[in-house]
Design a protein. Sequence first.
Length: 414
Amino acid sequence: MVDKGLYLTAIYEPLNKLSIETNPPGLPVTIDGRPCSTPCAVERLAGESVSIVPTPSVTQADVLRLEFTGWNDGAPAERTVGFEPELRRLMANYKQMYRLSTTGNPPEGASFTLAPPSVDNFYDLDTRVTVTARAANGFRFRRWSGDTAGLFNSAVITMGGPRGVVAELDRIPFLDPAGIKNSAGTGPQDAGDRGKVAPGSLVTIYGVNLTPKEETGPRSPQVQTLAEVAVRAGERLLPLSYASGAQINAQLPFDLPLGPNKITVVRTGQPDVSADFEVVRNAPGLFSLAGTESEGVPPFALAFRANGSTITEDAPPAANETISLLGTGLGGFRVNLPAGFALPGGNELPLVDPVEVIVKDQTVTPLKVIATPGFVGMTSIEIRLGAQFTPGQSNNIRVRVNGKDSNTVRLLVR
């Protein structure tokens, strides 16, 4: 072969080039299933093709979003491109969107409405957005801060970039329109948009920012001012046992007339707030031990043995034992004490109206029903744990006065 010679010919085929860019530059695309940060240069033989998928959306620093709007040649977003002899240049175009952040100071004090609406608060560049702050119950809009200003609760923002607005709010007292409830618990008759409570009962007044602080008053006699607030039923000041921003505990006078009435909370330096309620002859409630509530299960009854010790789930009473349930709102006594004063020990004041104790749809007649000595506004219902109570399990209990049922509590009997 050396004598005759050997000839080798290298044959080349030209590769065709495809250039892929984005506007703005540097955004990723997927080529044949593999990511590529632009600009991307792809070379293939004539007649071959590649699949190209642009990234639909890119969010930067949670304030700027770039969204794909189309290719420079108008082709669909996901495309297959063939290779031709001349250089091809594709450009993926993106639009700028900026985030409008809204918050209240304090954060729980306001909700916001945006027009035009946006599911995630991102808007196209230069969009004009109307922001409206709606103060929550217990708050009042004062002014805007951040990327806008003004004293009205609506403002217009032009999205020239990321924008953030803050609704500055004042805390003010707010009284729940249906927030006057029996302190022990509410029965079926209490449903509705207006509280129904009995004269002489302990009531809880629910709201927001009712007081600037939390304070517990003396047991007896109770005070008429607590945590810088006073409470009126009509024109009469009520004795208070506890006050906080979310609730106030008070006692209604026994001689409060039946029918519609109004509770007013008076706080130093703030506007008065009021709510309507209805005074009814009987609105019984049974007290329970705190922390014993669970889904679908009544709380454990607040009850005492004859020796005065508290009954608990770990120390239940025995069958045939005599115990006392505690309630409020059962009605008036033969002699009614002034509101805010406890009955001294060694005295008995019987309830006027007859009381039934309902145990699993069986009726138990109390041994006696009297004002609880040493406690304001409470009633003791003394019963014997007879055959109506099933040993070894929880028994659901409620009381009924003049056809009005209380809430339900449970009692374990061993």
